[in-house]
Design a protein around this ligand. Structure first.
Ligand code: ADP
Ligand code: MG
Length: 345
């Protein structure tokens, strides 16, 4: 039998968990990493270290596998298209292209009937920021349209601190109305050729714009559970998903739901599915790539997933005695760096 081969762009913790799931199904993995030390190193069968613009290394990577996936949407689009032209990539480059630019993403989301986001506008300069801030009632958040994650390249702006942005390069930024939300929830969907499944909504708590905790089940009434699932499914269908997609949402005090952003890959708020579901988000990513059907997740127990960020990790050995703990094998502790997580049932 020819062994199935999966190439994964990115070798962080998400890439590591993808490798582990792939290994369970006997799939041979090759990781492309832009850094020498990476979480997936001991969990993949093969790896290539290089820059995304290193033509030779990329050719070698494309040759390594028949099927491809990503652990991040922050990958140059010409590289994704190159893979897409030669081999199968999950999700397709078209899906990733939408999710990697916040402006494109928000325009796409608002084009779907029944899906809404916060009010937003494009800005490119400090003058733009000043004039738009007024429209956003002097409380807004600005984010670089591309290459931001875990709250990187984003800033809350108000009347008092606006002057501190005068010297900043604000080219290709988005300004969003700052939302006083009730809760943040996310829904993960997975779609294969023949079916689509969703994980139940979970509740997410962020600290300094980085995910700190995910709780399953989310404390939501049935109507909100249904609406959040409907929104995520509408997006997955409209975007023509092949793979896994996480939909982050703001739940407002009046029970309105606004979509914050989408991530076309396994998501930190889905780590809990490894311990509390029959089939995890990583299992379903593998099914969506190699099988015609994805599988119902079948959650088994309630739980809370807690991220270990920066120095939180110093407590790892203690936590290990009590909880199911995951080490991401990062080479050093850095502020705001996700180092591991643990799960409380
Ligand atoms: P990232 O790609 O870094 O996850 P997000 O857009 O999801 O970027 O922002 C990270 C977090 O910052 C969100 O989960 C939320 O807690 C907060 N945030 C983002 N946008 C807004 C907004 N418009 N209003 C209020 N809070 C926001
Ligand atoms: Mg986010």
């Amino acid at each position: 039998m020819i062994k199935k081969k999966l190439g994964i762009l990115g070798g962080g913790q998400l890439g590591m968990f993808i490798c582990q799931a792939a290994r369970n199904f006997g799939i041979y993995t090759t990781v492309f990493s832009t850094t020498k030390d990476f979480s997936a190193k001991d969990f993949c069968d093969n790896y290539i270290i290089g820059k995304f613009n290193d033509y030779k290394k990329i050719q070698e990577f494309i040759k390594s596998s028949s099927h491809f996936t990503v652990e991040t949407e922050n990958i140059p689009i010409d590289l994704l298209e190159k893979i897409n032209n030669n081999k199968k990539i999950f999700p397709s480059s078209e899906v990733i292209k939408i999710a990697q630019n916040r402006l494109r993403e928000k325009k796409f989301l608002n084009s779907i009937p029944g899906v809404k986001t916060v009010k937003f506008s494009s800005i490119n300069s400090y003058d733009d920021l000043c004039s738009k801030l007024k429209q956003f009632k002097f409380k807004a958040i600005i984010k670089s349209c591309e290459l931001g994650y875990d709250g990187k390249n984003q800033f809350i702006v108000n009347k008092n601190n606006i002057y501190s942005f005068e010297k900043m390069n604000l080219n290709n930024f988005i300004i969003e109305e700052f939302i006083d939300f009730e809760k943040e929830v996310s829904v993960i969907v997975s779609k294969a050729e023949k079916n689509i499944i969703s994980y139940p909504p979970v509740e997410n708590l962020h600290k300094d714009s980085i995910l700190k905790e995910t709780k399953y089940p989310a404390d939501l009434n049935n109507k909100l559970i249904k609406s959040s699932l409907e929104i995520a499914n509408k997006i997955a269908n409209k975007i023509n998903l092949n793979g896994v997609l996480a939909v982050e949402m703001f739940l407002l005090k009046n029970d309105d739901i606004l979509v914050n952003e989408i991530a076309p890959r396994p998501h930190n708020s889905g780590h809990w599915t490894m311990d509390a579901c029959k089939y995890s988000q990583y299992d379903n990513l593998i099914f969506s790539i190699f099988e015609p059907f994805v599988k119902e997740p079948l959650p088994q127990k309630s739980c809370k997933m807690i991220n270990l960020i920066g120095k939180d990790f110093n407590n790892f050995d203690n936590l290990k005695k009590k909880y199911k703990c995951y080490d991401y094998f990062k080479n050093e502790i850095r502020p705001k760096r996700k180092m591991g997580h643990y799960v409380i049932f």
